[in-house]
Design a protein around this ligand. Structure first.
Ligand code: SAH
Ligand code: SF4
Length: 363
């Protein structure tokens, strides 16, 4: 920083120069207000991203393989009690999507689903993963996001060939966690899952929902420090968005879109400053708040996009929150759109590579 710096730049420079990047610093960065602070923090985070993980965007094709869920999270549109038609994609459909992802050069697939731990589902996922590994080879990334499972299940899926797992902690505050989930959830159980995944050698991604009722800036600062403390390799965070059919979203009003977007982008930037070499996703939920939300996420410090590949006939039933964007789009349309979006901010997609997080290699 030089003498011509703006007051916001000087203030942020002073925060970043403190030897201990702890709670007070994170709270200060998250709460620094005004357009100038916004620009400065985003620019610094973008510079850190370019220096540590480079200018390319990694792509993961997202296949939402089933919306059947045994859990009843109070915020989620496909919770057990939600009255929505249920689907589980067939093996053929899933492998067809994976082939498409390979041909599109995305380099990685994410298989996401509602949470089920019955033996049939566990074996289904295991066999799909094994087929993908066999047909796509070792240079193809296989990520699972299928919720909390036993150590044995995570082991089976790992042995079948999965090497990344996404499981959000949702909030690092135990009391907020209790407010978001029914009694059959436990915060400790979720943390245990993240530890099990790390012990099994997965690249582990976690994250939180940003801006749900009752959450404070201090909670969000603790969330980022929590993610750093468990040494995550990947971060997927997005704004909380109400679903009218859920207990948490039933009476929500759709206000403050801009400030909610700003807060979500700020979280990405501060995460990047705090954890320079992890992969950070610009999630679809950002786009629900603003048509350019994901590009803004990349400019705020994210380096991963997860274009949806789920066929439209299923996609319309995988609705976690109101106003899910791109519900009617096909994978092909998403591909063209994503390429244009990445080019529009002067970045390029890293095609044909797994795009492993730098952090995992050095951890
Ligand atoms: N069942 C798996 C994967 C599907 S849910 C699991 O729970 O991990 C994936 C993510 O969607 C959740 O982690 C949650 O953070 C997010 N999500 C669910 N409902 C949401 C909502 N109303 N607003 C924003 N994100 C939501
Ligand atoms: Fe099920 Fe995941 Fe939704 Fe919870 S967040 S209800 S586990 S799909």
């Amino acid at each position: 920083m030089s003498s011509s710096d703006t007051p916001a730049e000087r203030m942020i420079g002073r925060i970043l120069a403190r030897p201990e990047f702890g709670r007070a610093e994170v709270v200060a960065l998250l709460s620094a207000g005004g357009a100038e602070a916004d620009d400065t923090i985003r620019r610094l985070a973008y510079e850190v991203k370019r220096a540590h993980v480079g200018p390319q965007v990694y792509l993961r094709g997202l296949v939402e393989i089933s919306n059947v869920c045994a859990k009843n999270c109070l915020y989620c549109g496909i919770r057990r009690d939600a009255r929505t038609p249920r689907y589980t994609m067939s093996r053929r459909e899933i492998l067809g999507c994976v082939r498409w992802i390979g041909e599109a050069g995305y380099g990685s697939v994410v298989l996401q689903a509602g949470e089920r731990s019955d033996p049939r589902f566990v074996a289904f996922v295991e066999s799909i993963v094994a087929s993908i590994r066999r047909t796509m080879g070792d240079d193809f990334g296989i990520t699972l996001a299928c919720g909390e499972q036993s150590f044995e299940t995570y082991l089976r899926w790992r042995q079948a060939g999965a090497h990344r797992y996404l499981l959000r902690i949702e909030t690092s505050s135990e009391s907020l966690y209790r407010q978001l989930h029914p009694l059959d959830h436990s915060f400790g159980g979720r943390v245990q899952c993240l530890e099990d995944l790390q012990d099994l050698g997965y690249q582990v991604g976690s994250g939180v929902m940003i801006g749900f009722p009752g959450q404070t800036i201090e909670d969000l600062a603790d969330d980022l420090l929590f993610l750093r403390s468990i040494d995550v390799d990947m971060i997927g965070m997005g704004p909380y968005l109400a679903h009218h059919g859920t207990p948490l979203g039933a009476n929500a009003t759709d206000d403050d879109r801009e400030s909610r977007l700003t807060l979500a982008l700020r979280m990405i930037s501060v995460a990047r400053l705090l954890m320079p070499d992890v992969n950070i996703a610009a999630t679809t939920a950002l786009q629900a708040l603003h048509p350019m939300g994901r590009e803004m996420g990349l400019l705020a410090g994210a380096n991963v996009l997860m274009p949806v590949v789920t066929p439209p006939e299923h996609r319309r039933y995988y609705v976690l929150y109101d106003e899910r964007p791109c519900v009617e789009e096909s994978a092909e349309e998403c591909r063209a759109c994503v390429a244009a979006r990445i080019a529009s901010i002067g970045e390029s997609a890293a095609l044909g590579v797994r795009g492993d997080p730098v952090h995992f290699a050095v951890r």
